[in-house]
Design a protein around this ligand. Sequence first.
Ligand SMILES: [Fe+2]
Length: 156
Amino acid sequence: MSTTTTATTPSTASTTSRLAEIARSLADRPEEWIHRVRLSADGRWYERLHRDGDHEVWLISWLPGQATGFHDHGESSGAFAVALGSLEEHQVGQARTMQTGESWAFDRDYVHDVRNSSAAPAVSVHVYSPPLSTMNRYRLSGDGLVVLTVEQEEDW
Ligand SMILES: [Fe+2]
């Protein structure tokens, strides 16, 4: 069983629903990606599985304690699905735990911090449309989010 939750405006709901479906569908087919998965103590491991003019798909593994830090996705909308294990998704002031089979979709300008706070490795599938071209990384301070760095496509 899988569930999807979205953080969207009505005008982009069809886009984010489609991205969530791509992520969830692939997460449900581990035979297509399980042989690619690596685990790295140096940081999250990731590999791009697909890219075309419309969207791109990334596979990410997370050891316990690994996290993205707060970031956005530039002009891209996105979705991700937990394929193995569980992840926490944090927005400023709120957090949710996502189990295997659950997905989350978001519009452009969405900021979150995704963490593996569990005691076991996790794997997730991420979809972005259009493909990511820039990401801002943030530090959470008492006054809110402060931009730390701006990453361009060539950085990842
Ligand atoms: Fe993200």
